[in-house]
Design a protein around this ligand. Structure first.
Ligand SMILES: Nc1ncnc2c1ncn2[C@@H]1O[C@H](COP(=O)(O)OP(=O)(O)OP(=O)(O)O)[C@@H](O)[C@H]1O
Ligand SMILES: [Mg+2]
Length: 238
């Protein structure tokens, strides 16, 4: 069996040197052409698992592999250079900078012409073109999330990791954001995302992970998890 494109495998670890383990033998992965979704209760360790895959945590056990290569020892910045695009749950834009400056900052590792990629981001999120000279902090919640995703796309990543891209937006804006994420995935970019809108996210997921207390509680296709009686009862409100 071949490796998924990106996998954090059997990860165990927590914050700092003496801190307690938050993740326990936790595995999350996404394959080429897929959307993989991580759901679970508040404090389950979803963000911690994403941070571990991105290299922001010292793992005590486990491995992170990207395209078959062991990258467990790499810094976040090195992982970006290897093709990881990450949108954290909080503080994911520079609020005092304009939309366009945010996109330019996103491309910090590039020294080639970024105008084509910026054009692609504006085609994906047309509202950002209209607002490109406005401070990102003045935008609505949904528009800020578009800036954050656009910023991550500016490195031309090979895999996109999103931590709660629809946090704090209305159901209509959530649907729109999901549509854009599906559009991005269809271009061939694998998407690994955490979502609190579990039902809607699993509907668009090729693969889903339910995390509880830092452990894998349920894993399956989005369809399988939506049909699973225990998952429905415990995590989807029946
Ligand atoms: N920087 C940190 N230092 C120490 N402990 C942390 C840190 N960030 C999170 N934790 C702890 O790790 C555990 C998991 O938190 P995490 O943020 O990963 O959960 P989550 O599933 O993303 O929750 P939410 O749905 O609220 O975003 C919690 O007990 C939290 O208190
Ligand atoms: Mg979180």
């Amino acid at each position: 069996m071949s490796d998924p494109f990106l996998i954090g495998e059997a990860m165990t670890g927590g914050y700092g040197r003496g801190g307690p383990d938050i993740l326990h033998d936790c595995t999350i992965a996404v394959d080429r052409g897929e959307i993989a979704v991580i759901v679970g209760p508040n404090g389950a360790g979803k963000s911690t698992a994403m941070k571990a895959v991105f290299g922001m945590l010292d793992l005590r056990q486990g491995q992170v592999r990207l395209d078959g290569q062991d990258i467990t020892g790499l810094s976040p910045q090195e992982r970006v250079r290897h093709g990881m695009g990450f949108v954290p749950q909080t503080n994911n834009i520079f609020t005092s900078m304009t939309v366009e400056e945010n996109l330019e900052m996103g491309a910090f590792i590039r020294d080639d012409d970024i105008s084509g990629t910026m054009e692609q981001v504006y085609e994906l999120f047309p509202i950002l073109r209209d607002k490109r000279l406005q401070a990102a902090g003045e935008l609505s919640g949904g528009q800020r999330q578009q800036v954050a995703v656009g910023r991550a796309l500016m490195t031309q990543p090979k895999v996109l990791m999103l931590d709660e891209p629809t946090a704090g937006v209305s159901p209509i804006v959530m649907d729109e954001l999901f549509d854009r994420i599906i559009e991005v995935a269809r271009t061939g970019l694998p998407v690994l995302m955490v979502e609190q809108n579990a039902r809607q996210a699993l509907e668009i997921a090729d693969k889903g992970y339910v995390l509880v207390q830092g452990r894998n509680a349920h894993t399956g296709t989005g369809k399988e998890l939506l049909a699973d009686a225990e998952v429905r009862q415990s995590f989807l409100g029946g």
